[in-house]
Design a protein. Structure first.
Length: 248
């Protein structure tokens, strides 16, 4: 308890899945938390769960102008920011011949472009020390079929974790990443698959995992907590792969 006492944290995509579980954990550890999301229903559910413990803002992570507005709201609410978890993202999986330019741009706008410019917009209010954690994916390492664009976008985040670490460490800002494997989140339900197809895909993925199960969002949240806390003060440009052995 109290590993984040007094820390001010922003979690993008914090109204469901890994982001929501991380918000719960951060609160238990003493942080003040802002979450963002696009789903009105998910944001309202988070507001009902957390009450005035958490600020919940609607924000489209692909929109650069909204990232600047979000940074202004964080500055007004907190003054400074100690922890940022870049968690908002999209997983659009399809074979290479099925990709359009618009779909490609959507993935990179949400997963890379928006996060980059949010970090840029937040630079004036980051505390010293501060921690940025990027939620990447094991798909940056494993060449799964149909993940070409998604995997590339997550590989870009891992590159940012290293290059921004070199650039920002002198300002007291650590940048690290977590790379989850398959996790029980609403992400898979957004792939547009029917019930049977979704079950078949889930079973196929599960059979590739040495642990024979999907991970739980709390197992990723705990890793994020470590990287966000002062316990990880020597972790700079690091990546924690938490994938049930998928990348073995």
């Amino acid at each position: 308890m109290n590993r984040l006492k007094g820390k001010r944290a922003l979690i993008t995509g914090g109204s469901s899945g890994i982001g929501l579980e991380t918000a719960r954990l951060f609160l238990r550890e003493g942080a003040r938390v802002v979450i963002t999301g696009q789903s009105t229903a998910n944001l309202e559910g988070a507001r009902q769960e957390f009450g005035d413990q958490v600020l919940a803002f609607a924000s489209d992570s692909s929109d650069v102008a909204q990232q600047k507005q979000l940074a202004e709201r964080i500055g007004a609410a907190f003054g400074q920011l100690d922890v940022l978890l870049i968690n908002a993202g999209v997983a659009d999986l399809k074979p290479v011949e099925a990709w359009s330019e618009a779909a490609y741009n959507r993935t990179f706008n949400i997963n890379v472009r928006g996060p980059f410019f949010l970090i840029q917009a937040l630079l004036p209010i980051f505390a010293n020390p501060a921690s940025i954690v990027l939620n990447a994916s094991v798909n940056a390492h494993v060449g799964m079929p149909n993940t070409s664009v998604y995997g590339a976008s997550k590989a870009a985040l891992l590159s940012l974790a290293r290059t921004l670490s070199s650039e920002l460490v002198a300002r007291g800002i650590r940048v690290n990443a977590v790379s989850p494997g398959p996790i029980e989140t609403p992400l898979y339900s957004k792939l547009g698959l029917t019930g049977n197809d979704l079950q078949n895909v889930s079973e196929s993925i599960r059979n590739q995992l040495p642990v024979r199960r999907f991970g739980h969002p709390s197992e990723i949240a705990n890793a994020v907590l470590f990287l966000a806390s002062d316990e990880a003060a020597f972790a700079v440009g690091s990546e924690l792969i938490i994938d049930g052995g998928l990348s073995l």
